[in-house]
Design a protein around this ligand. Sequence first.
Ligand SMILES: [Zn+2]
Length: 324
Amino acid sequence: MSDPCSRRTFLKGVSLLPWAGAAAAALSGTKSRAADESAAASSNVPLTIDGHVHVWKKDPQFPWAAETKNPPDRDATAEQLIELMKSAGVSRTVIIQVIHYRWDNRYAASVLKRYPQYFRGVARVNPEDPAAPDHLSRLTEQDGFHGVRISPSGEASGDWFHGPLMPPLWQRCRDLKVPMTVLAPISRMPDVMRLADQFPDLTIVVDHMADCPLNQPKELEKLLALRRFPKLFVKISHTWTLSAQPYPYLDSQEQVRRLYDAFGPKRLIAGTDWPLVEKFCTYGQAVDIARQRIAFLSPEDRRWICGLTALQVWPFAGLGGTSA
Ligand SMILES: [Zn+2]
């Protein structure tokens, strides 16, 4: 992708799709792309893509990782998610490999294989394994994933995020043309900058506004400083965990506003973090935060943040998009 803000490159297959009549057509799961487009053309409802969900299933075929001492007591399957998507008018989602399986991405891979019309997937690899880049190649080329997520802790020195295994993994992402997703506290954003400087061609996604506490607005500058990387995107999720208020978490909107002012709508991505979000609100409510509840966004802003921006990072079957 040469220019992340160029609509021409990736709107080719999408220009008639915006907002979700696309959803209805696409969710049928059986209609052709032409049928999708024609259904969407008659709708004014925008395309909605959920940029962040997790799926898992208690199933001997997909055992939890040995490190998972307290596995979830309920399933969060792809089939449950598809039902929720249908009811909320969400046409596509990005599945992030859940930590309960650690580096065993097989359940998510099976979901990608069964439902390519709905999902894109982001894998996990062990960042302390020198073979991680090769695992990422296999996950990308054979298992259908599009990108990897790493999760450095808040400890700012001496960990693997500073170590010699990071540049090869970031470079492999760049070579594979898939995005690098980073889940990390705001304190680690200077480290993200150091790596981003080494790989200016790499698409990078920062999860959940780096979970910057709302009562530490100065800290957010560490994330705002990353605006100078044109291929760096930010998910505006976790308003619910950061907020001290009930739904729709209005006290979080100033932080979203500052990110909007810095990055613009074409580099912000909405996501629900289902099923974890259900501790705070329903899936449909979470989708509606960016789609309806953030008052300062224009309809065009919402089109990008709730759908079109995600297409720049994760091209979806039937929707065009550019490879990251
Ligand atoms: Zn999550």
